[in-house]
Design a protein around this ligand. Sequence first.
Ligand SMILES: Cc1ncc(COP(=O)(O)O)c(C=O)c1O
Length: 389
Amino acid sequence: MSGIAPFALEQYFARHEFSTEILMCSSDVDGLPMRQLLDWADDEMLGLWRNQTMGYTESTGHPLLRREIKRLYQTLSEDDIAVTAGAEEPIYIAMRLLLQPGDHAIVTWPGYQSHYEIARSIGCELTLLPVRPMGHRWKSSKHWMIDVGELRSAIRHNTKLIVTCFPHNPTGALPTHEEWREIAQVIAEHDVRWLSDESFRFLEYQPSDRLPSAADLNAKALVIGGMAKTFAMAGARIAWAATHDRTLLNRLVGYKHYTTICSSGPAELLSIMALRAKQKVLARNLGIIKTNLARANAFFETHESAFGWTPPSAGTMGFVQLKRADADVFAEAFLKAKNALLLPASVFDYPYSYFRLGLGRTNLDQGLGRLGEFQAEFQISNFKLQIDD
Ligand SMILES: Cc1ncc(COP(=O)(O)O)c(C=O)c1O
């Protein structure tokens, strides 16, 4: 492909997602059944659903949808929101609008590839800001976080964009309120644009951990939110860009006329239903995630000689260290032997032996069972190989 590097993660999923029995590395929660959404829908929505035509829709999004999205923020109005075709669309458009060759961008990493690859394809300089297991100021356990001092010192005269993604894909990092305020402060002190991918917001394990959106903290921040992860509706392909900067939002919608023009009407209505039933949808999704997190914690405690585990603070996934094997080799052999999929960290260009573990699928316990068996078999066969050598 010319111009832009292949999207390694999407290619990996394209190869395996629909042919593997157990997906242990997805970033979404088991898809919400349409039947469930229609059961939860109020009379107004059921009426709109029955009378929906298959015509074009408003480029900025259905007014009722923008009204529901607005409720997720403290300081935004409907007109500060533009509905998009998935979160991928506004990430792409924003990078194209905000960056020129020679500009510098700072991006949390490892991360979702479009956060840095589009900037790279434009000819930008990049600083990949590591998310690492770090000590808490007041707790003994570690959590995944960036170093805010490193963020500050990475800013240069030509830095145009800082991209953050919290809750973070793939580590589950979530700053504390204090750390988030520090990040906002550093960005506010410089003339840089903040792109905050909040695709996993509202999937905090403790409600008090939920951070204010960057759009409510910084008048020029461009925030991305969506239905795919938090609301288990990846197939609806509905997301949004939110910002107080109307000029930027109008330019984004203008660019969208060259990409998708408008969103799918039925998907917009289903998204309104989900947003109106937000408490029920979140209870369902967090129920699945927390059950899986408890299983993962127990699993990694039992298998700590093989796996390193710094648990996520929020979101749908964790990032697991493989202590005694190469993650690519291990994931490939595991897939072949057990028909279950792990995502090796090489798809994030991450040079250490890690894999992403998804916490959103109800069959994760089966997958962990297979992982436990396989890891024992793998150690034995490697041991034999070493002796035969
Ligand atoms: C951080 C992040 N942003 C954006 C996306 C794309 O989301 P969507 O399916 O809404 O396009 C993903 C998908 O995995 C993601 O993890």
